[in-house]
Design a protein around this ligand. Sequence first.
Ligand SMILES: Cc1cc2nc3c(=O)[nH]c(=O)nc-3n(C[C@H](O)[C@H](O)[C@H](O)COP(=O)(O)OP(=O)(O)OC[C@H]3O[C@@H](n4cnc5c(N)ncnc54)[C@H](O)[C@@H]3O)c2cc1C
Length: 330
Amino acid sequence: MESFRAEGEIVVIGAGMAGLVAARELQRAGRRVRVLDKGRGVGGRLATRRIGDATFDHGVPHFTLGQSGFVDGIAPRYLDRSLVPWSGTPTAGNPETSLWRGTPTMSAIAKQLALGVEVHLGTVVTALRRESDHVIVETRAGDTFRAEAVVLTPPVPQALALLDAGGYPLGSDLRTHLTGVAYDRCLTVLASLEGPSRIPPPGRLAPGEEPLDWILDNRLKGVSAGSAVTIHATPRFSEEHWEHDRDVVGRVLLKAAAPWLGSKVQGVQVHGWRYSQPRVLDPVGCRVVTSRPFLALAGDGFGIGGVEGAALSGASAAEALLQSLPDRRS
Ligand SMILES: Cc1cc2nc3c(=O)[nH]c(=O)nc-3n(C[C@H](O)[C@H](O)[C@H](O)COP(=O)(O)OP(=O)(O)OC[C@H]3O[C@@H](n4cnc5c(N)ncnc54)[C@H](O)[C@@H]3O)c2cc1C
């Protein structure tokens, strides 16, 4: 077991959009930050997976942009090489909107954000405890981080579970706000195909009927060398079939998507996103639990939700932290 301590230590939990933006904003203000994430790579739901010569964006496929603070701040400051519009011809049932994506993949957004950030991957945080003016961050490996400030960015139910595991004091009003945040689930199929799909350029289609939410062609998108299709089920189907056998779920979704596949399926994986997109948001930018030690929750459960909302929430937590510990630089 190792114990880490540094005066003025700031720990950010989660290397998704919210956590990485918080870390970059804190570093910009001259603070030393460590980011802990349980995953093998950065990004959280900005997720890309390779299976042979097929590459899949299997989390968020694209997102809309438009919030001040993001388009005129975070995006030009940190994402100048990894964010591009994903435009194309409108198709029936799929009117063109101003959608953006990562280049070459969605996870590239997180990789650019993580440049110069000390990220500890494969680090599962199991509990947060309060010890006088410090937050004690405990990990599954038995390590502890003694932090003066923590920004906690997993989906809100997971963040709440970490606080409860360490008996971190929470007022009843705050608990009510946090337990109100709710997310949709999303069952996702990753299918590699022998040949091209029938999805029209630019490679995305919203069939507009159960059980399919989106079908995405990763080759047309420019993500994959091989023919690779991501199928996202609707929130309703995902909720109803969450506990079902994943092979069976995969076959049901492939059958529904068959008219747009057009080629023989070579390989299939099914992924379940327990927290895909928030259905009920906490409208504030972030929630400060305690100001000394500083502990705040941020992420897409706050503010406007989605990728932009997660980024703005991370920035909001960084700003609250800097106001709470104004003068110390590492
Ligand atoms: C299928 C799907 C479709 C989507 N579609 C859209 C869309 O169209 N538009 C849009 O704007 N958004 C969409 N989203 C949502 C978007 O991806 C998220 O809003 C955004 O990426 C959330 O970022 P975040 O940093 O708040 O959370 P996350 O990306 O979830 O990051 C949280 C991080 O915390 C880490 N973590 C969790 N628990 C622990 C722990 N105990 N210890 C250590 N680390 C931990 C996780 O590994 C993760 O990396 C979609 C998401 C999915 C899955």
